[in-house]
Design a binder for this molecule. Sequence first.
Ligand code: NAP
Length: 275
Amino acid sequence: MTKKLTDKKLAVLGAGKLGGILLRAYLKQGLFSAKHVTATVKHGDKAASLEKELGVATTTDNRKAVHGADIVLLGVKPQVVGEVLREIAPELSADTLVISVAASVPTNYIEQHAGAKVPVVRAMPNTCSRVHTGMTGICSGAHASAAHLEIARAMFDAVGRTVVVDEKHMDAVTGLSASGPAFAYIILESFAEAGVKVGLPRDVSTLLAAQMMKGAASVVLETGDHPALLKDSVTTPAGCTIDGIMELEEGKLRVTLIKAVVKATHRAGELLFEK
Ligand SMILES: NC(=O)c1ccc[n+]([C@@H]2O[C@H](COP(=O)([O-])OP(=O)(O)OC[C@H]3O[C@@H](n4cnc5c(N)ncnc54)[C@H](OP(=O)(O)O)[C@@H]3O)[C@@H](O)[C@H]2O)c1
C-alpha cells in the first residue's frame, strides 16, 4: 500500500489544524512524496508560510490544486465543504478519491456536489494523530470500492488506529473519539490539580496523571479486558481506591461523561446546516 500511495497525487484542501497534522505525518513518513502533494488554505500569507515549512506546493486556489490529483483530502470546516466542492467539481471524476474529515457532512452531500460518480470516503480522525495515537472512524459512500476504503485506511493507520463503521455512526464517532480528547484533557488537568492539592509539585503531578491515563488506556487496548474488571483489580477491600470511587459516584462522573458525549454527538449532526 505504501508504495502505491507514493505514486499518487494528493491535494489537501484546508491544511489547517487537522489537515496540517495529517499532511505533516504523510511527509515525515514518506507515505506521499512532497513533489506529488499540493495543499490549500484560505489566506495567501498562510499558504506562503506553509509552503516554506513543508516544501509542498501551497495555494489558495482549490481548483488548481485538485487538477490531476488522484486523492483529494477535504480538511475545511463543514460549512465550507459545499463551496469548495462547487469550485473543484469540474476537476473530479470517477478516478478521483475524495476523503472528507469534515464533521457532520454526509457522503451523499459530497457526492451530490462532486457529481460524476466520484468515490467518497468520510473519515473522523482526532488530533491525537499528531503523535501517532490517533483514532479514526471511516465509512464509504455509494461509489467507493473496498480498494478506496483501503487507501483511506492506510492514510489514517499512518497516524494511529482506524475502524470502519456504518455511516449512521459517524456523528457518534465525532462525539466520542474526535471531541473526546478535549474531555480527556479536562479530566487529566483535574487529576493534575488534585495532585497539587495533595502536595505534589505541578510538573510531577501532571506527569503522574498523564502517564497513568496513558497506562490505563494501554491496558484496556492490549489486554482487551473489560474496564470494570480492571477497576476491580485496583480496588482493594477497605482500601483507599474505594473511598475515591465513592466520591466519583457521588459527583456523578459517569453520567456527566455520558451526557457530554451525547451532547457532542447531537451537535455533530447540526454543523453542516449553519452559516
Ligand atoms: N480539530 C479537530 O479536532 C477535528 C477532528 C476531526 C475532524 N475535524 C474536521 O476537520 C476540519 C477542519 O478542522 P480544523 O480544526 O483543522 O480547522 P482549521 O484549523 O480552522 O482548518 C481549516 C482550514 O481550512 C482552510 N480554509 C478555509 N476556507 C477555505 C477554502 N475556501 N479553501 C481552502 N481552504 C480553506 C483554512 O485556511 P486558513 O488557515 O488560511 O484560515 C484552514 O487552514 C473540520 O471540518 C472539522 O470538522 C477536526
